[in-house]
Design a binder for this molecule. Structure first.
Ligand code: NAD
Length: 515
């Protein structure tokens, strides 16, 4: 996962160490918070038809923050029907691009206006530091919506070079009803990456947020209506994956599904599409990205800062986390010490404290998964260089130390499996060709990085690395203008940039015989 538009990992590191500009008491606000808890269908909040709810606890302190509507097939079908009705009526789909642009720009402005509410919901829901929620998640989401709003009235169709006797045009049309299923690590940003291109191109959408982080999406739906997005165009059905998520992916009324989440669930979503109406499937899935530091790394300090940031930012709950650090043996020790020194700054703390850099892990289940993999690393013979323990248990929340393993070999579980936590696996190599081979020896292919002073070496690695994004002498540098997605089992298709429209639009050929 990438961070903020136009901000490199190094730049953002500096950015996030600045004092938070809002210094009122987040804890007080949290106590008074009344989060949205019901599904959002046809322009209004509704309880699940069954009346069922599920408890949403905060990983910050284990406190119950809401009982959220637990949607199932009937709720999903009601949302899909509402989205279809809105699409067919043309109330949004038939608006000119310039009209949709105006409304979406207003939506982006309102997201910024309500930034504090949204940031608080995000932090309480999934545990990330409040400064990050505010300055990265809310800001990036608003920027994403604004960018697609600005893009949509600047895209032209094509005229094919078919010859003098005909006129053949190639135009893009919205697909209809798009289902979106998103994870919990960047709830708002993942939603915005779908919402921007889906709504800008005239579709209607039904979103299934993660059961671990449904709150900000429910609030966004209300804000969308305030911005002027017509009822039924954006619906949110909170609930579990095996019920609400499955129902959405199986629905005969959904034309395309944009999924972000684990590779295992992505494969199920493909099956559901095959079992139902062959809906188009876009997948943004897991990663185990390699960050390669060659002997001629131009700046070990910068590489160490980026490496630490690449695995400890967002508690390491990042699809693009640089979770495998591949270091040339000649610089291994120096690099390890530098990364560890920076890691000590990522001390787990209260997510509602603006100074905190490393917040809470999303829930007990994820915490156990991380601790189990740390155990597996120890048992398989890797050395714990730093951390490795659960901390802050007295808070009732889910916290873990930034952890660094040294002496990792490519076959170990901590070198192969996505941990999705603040755990760095360091591997070393002598021959650059070996580094490339190890980096590519993964079922995933989301991101990779190489650090070298030599231009030709950097280009050779950039070509050789089988990943959707390759960073050279940086990590997690990002902008909405570039596509993001994976090779291999990291996914199918791309989010962000104009390429995201490929997921949510049909190409139409119109052939006119001129005689
Ligand atoms: P997950 O696969 O468990 O869940 C993702 C979403 O799918 C949730 O909304 C969940 O409720 C839903 N779901 C679960 N089972 C389902 C089913 N049977 N049918 C339909 N929907 C179902 O993933 P997660 O734990 O929420 O998120 C972590 C994963 O997401 C990691 O693997 C991470 O790499 C990946 N991720 C990828 C990107 C990317 O852009 N490539 C970005 C963020 C996260």
């Amino acid at each position: 996962m990438n961070l903020q538009n136009g901000v490199t990992a190094y730049g953002l590191l500096h950015f996030l160490t600045m004092p938070a500009q809002h210094n009122f008491l987040w804890h007080e606000r949290a106590v008074g918070l009344r989060p949205p808890t019901r599904a959002f269908i046809d322009g209004r909040y509704v309880t699940a038809l069954s009346g069922d709810t599920f408890p949403k606890k905060s990983p910050v302190d284990g406190r119950l923050i809401a009982d959220v509507a637990s949607c199932d097939t009937p709720d999903v079908e009601a949302a899909v029907a509402s989205a279809r009705k809105a699409f067919d009526s043309g109330v949004w789909s038939a608006k000119s691009p310039a009209q949709r642009k105006r409304v979406l720009k207003r939506f982006a402005e309102l997201i910024s206006k309500y930034e504090e509410d949204l940031a608080l919901l995000e932090t309480l829901d999934m545990g990330k530091p409040i400064s990050d929620s505010l300055k990265v998640d809310v800001a990036s989401s608003a920027r994403c919506i604004e960018w697609y709003a600005e893009a949509i009235d600047k895209i032209y169709g094509e005229v094919a070079p078919s010859g003098p006797g005909s006129l053949a045009t190639i135009t893009r049309e919205p697909m209809g009803v798009v289902g979106a299923i998103v994870p919990w690590n960047f709830p708002m940003i993942m939603t915005a990456w779908k919402l921007g291109p889906v709504l800008a191109s005239g579709n209607s959408m039904v979103l299934k947020p993660s059961e671990k982080s449904p709150l900000s999406a429910l609030r966004l739906a209300e804000i969308a209506v305030e911005a002027g997005i017509p009822a039924g165009v954006f619906n949110v059905v909170p609930g579990f994956g095996g019920t609400a998520g499955k129902a959405l992916a199986l629905s005969m009324g959904v034309d395309a599904i944009g999924f972000t989440g684990s590779t295992a669930t992505g494969k199920l979503v493909m099956q559901y599409a095959g079992q139902s109406n062959m809906k188009r499937v876009g997948l943004e899935c897991g990663g185990k990205s390699a960050n390669i530091v060659l002997a001629d790394c131009p700046d070990l300090d910068a590489a160490a800062r980026a490496a630490a940031f690449a695995i400890f930012y967002n508690q390491g709950e990042m699809c693009s986390a640089g979770s495998r650090l591949l270091v040339h043996e000649s610089v291994r020790e120096a690099m390890l010490e530098k990364v560890a020194a920076i890691a000590r700054d990522f001390k787990p703390g209260d997510p509602l404290d603006p100074a905190t850099r490393l917040g809470a892990i999303v829930d007990d289940i994820q915490l156990c998964r991380i601790l189990n993999l740390i155990d597996a690393g120890r048992q398989e013979g890797a050395r714990v260089h730093l951390g490795g323990l659960r901390v802050r248990t007295e808070t009732g929340g889910c916290y873990i130390e930034p952890t660094i393993f040294d002496g990792v070999t490519p076959g170990m579980r901590i070198a192969r499996e996505e941990i999705f936590g603040p755990v760095l696996s360091c591997l070393s190599f002598d021959d650059p060709a070996e580094a490339l081979r190890i980096a590519n020896d993964s079922e995933y292919g989301l991101a990779a990085a190489v650090w070298s002073s030599d231009l030709s070496t950097a280009h050779r690695f950039a070509r050789g690395l089988r990943a959707g994004t390759v960073y050279v002498n940086c990590y997690d540098a990002d902008d909405i203008t570039v596509p993001f997605g994976g090779y291999k089992q990291s996914g199918i298709g791309r989010d962000k940039s104009l390429h995201a429209f490929d997921k949510y639009t049909e190409l139409k050929t119109t052939w006119i015989e001129l005689g």
